[in-house]
Ligand binder design. Structure first.
Ligand code: GDP
Ligand code: GDP
Length: 463
């Protein structure tokens, strides 16, 4: 396993300034679960061991070649491409999602397609909303579904890991099968992806996170203990529930215990935000004795913004006296403060006594499945037509806006492109109408949805 020749080798390529070095540093010598700052790898070092989740691989950054390869952009591009083709198993091709697809990106894409090397298209700088359009544009490069990434913030690394996995040589897979003794479910098993469901339990200090995690693991029989390599700062735990591997990616509540920090509240929210980035489904644990407060809502809003699936668990239900009132209060606060994600499931439980803890994972699995949903285009368009008939989009300077065509461009979270006859965006209220309709019609309750409008016809349909 130490023989580096047997490891997957990935080249990082792209035009200058898209974030190649940032990604390199992010991946180099760090484990995904470790959030503490370690001294960065310097820019002139072009090769490094990388690890993401269970996957160990080698990376090289071609940013240095830009200076070496001389003046012309073509020369630099060629140098990068040649090197990647010669030395890599897979190419990580970055574009800047904020800048959108530039002519140089398109050239690069063409050169890479011609090499027939596997390419993973990364739309970098995609944190927040600013990169959404760029992610959508990236489809036009003809390199498949782009992975939305933020090298700087560490978002999207889980998706990158998933994109890399199929390219890993079998030696590397052994690492995985050690971690998953019963064997992972095969690809194509239902609609769900084969990898583990990445789960984070977050919440304020004292909400009961440690108690809940211990309870969950106790109930579900822990198969793999905390990995020694990860215990310094974070713990990653894998176990199986109803045939689905679940990886607990962050246990802020557990590691906080080892620290003495003055500003516990702030630290805890920061921990939670970090955990959200690594997770696919987030359980926001709320102290039922206190109800849903401002900090809980900050975390919840962040989860929605990041497009993760969420389950709200109200803990300490054993010691809540006026349960009906408390539940109603939480539901109402959630609906008003988080109107963009209607119907987040709420589970009341007691981590301490174990009561109703068994309701949590089914809710998690359900949200995970919804979050992974892919709607067939024909069905989606039939639905769009009906929605527009029932409630037509508004007039803009005397002309009616019309959605000509729509398609789901990605899952996790479900993201849809709508092609409109005019450049003006559909008003926010109409998008909300559609999002709520989608949730109702296609059983997507409580899942963050992305709707993006474009002018024109469907650019991806074969002519
Ligand atoms: P390279 O020339 O491709 O190696 O790009 P660098 O890694 O040097 O990054 C170029 C600039 O983009 C730097 O200012 C980075 O801080 C910034 N950058 C890199 N990744 C991200 C990201 O995910 N989001 C944002 N907003 N900026 C990023
Ligand atoms: P963390 O800071 O979120 O990890 O919270 P802990 O798991 O350390 O729990 C904080 C406190 O709440 C401890 O005293 C727990 O015993 C208590 N606690 C946790 N779960 C429950 C519960 O379901 N009911 C009650 N009554 N107390 C609980």
């Amino acid at each position: 396993m130490t023989d580096s020749e047997r490891l997957l080798v990935a080249a990082i390529v792209g035009r200058p300034n898209v974030g190649k070095s940032t990604l390199f540093n992010r991946l180099a010598g760090r484990r995904i679960a470790i959030v503490a700052d370690t001294p960065g790898v310097t820019r002139d070092r072009q090769e490094a061991m990388a690890s993401l989740g269970e996957l160990q691989f080698r990376i090289f950054d071609t940013a240095g070649l830009e200076e070496a390869a001389g003046e012309t952009t073509e020369a630099r591009m060629r140098a990068q491409t040649d090197r990647a083709v010669r030395d890599a198993d897979v190419v990580l091709f970055l574009i800047d999602a904020r800048a959108g697809v530039t002519p140089l990106d398109a050239h690069f894409a063409q050169a890479l397609r011609a090499t027939r090397k596997p390419v993973i298209l990364l739309a970098n700088k995609a944190e927040g909303r600013a990169g959404e359009a760029g992610v959508l544009d990236a489809y036009a490069l003809g390199l498949g579904e782009p992975v939305a990434l933020s090298a700087e913030h560490g978002d999207g690394l889980v998706d990158l890991l998933e994109a890399l996995r199929p390219h890993a040589p079998s030696e590397t897979e052994t690492v995985e099968s050690e971690a998953f003794p019963e064997g992972m479910p095969d690809d194509g098993d239902a609609a769900l992806p084969a990898g583990p469901l990445q789960l984070a339990v977050v919440g304020r200090p004292n909400a009961g996170k440690s108690t809940l995690v211990n309870r969950l693991l106790g109930d579900e029989r822990l198969l793999t203990g905390p990995e020694p390599g990860l215990t310094r700062d974070a713990i990653s735990i894998d176990w199986q529930y109803e045939g689905q591997w679940i990886r607990l990616v962050d246990t802020a509540g557990m590691r906080r215990k080892a620290r003495i920090e003055a500003d516990l509240e702030r630290l805890s929210v920061r921990d939670s935000l970090e955990a959200v980035r690594m997770a696919q489904v987030v359980v926001l644990l709320v102290d039922g004795e206190r109800g849903l407060d401002r900090q809980d809502l900050t975390i919840a809003a962040h989860v929605a913004e990041e497009g993760r699936a969420m389950v709200l668990a109200i803990n300490k239900w054993d010691s809540v006296t006026d349960r009906a009132r408390r539940l109603k209060e939480v539901e109402e606060r959630l609906e008003t403060s988080l109107a963009q994600v209607r119907g987040i499931p709420i589970v009341t439980l007691s981590a301490l006594t174990g009561r109703h803890v068994d309701r949590l994972l089914p809710a998690v699995m359900q949200q995970y499945a919804r979050w992974n949903c892919r709607l067939p285009t024909a069905q989606f368009n039939r639905w769009l037509a009906e929605m527009q008939e029932q409630h037509p989009p508004p007039l803009v300077s005397g002309r009616r806006l019309r959605i000509r065509y729509g398609t789901q461009v990605k899952a996790r979270p479900p993201t849809f492109a709508l092609f409109v006859n005019k450049a003006d965006d559909l008003p926010e209220s109409y998008l909300r109408y559609l999002a709520n309709g989608l949730r109702q019609t296609f059983d997507l309750t409580g899942v963050p949805l992305r709707l993006m409008t474009r002018k024109g016809k469907n650019p991806y349909a074969p002519d």
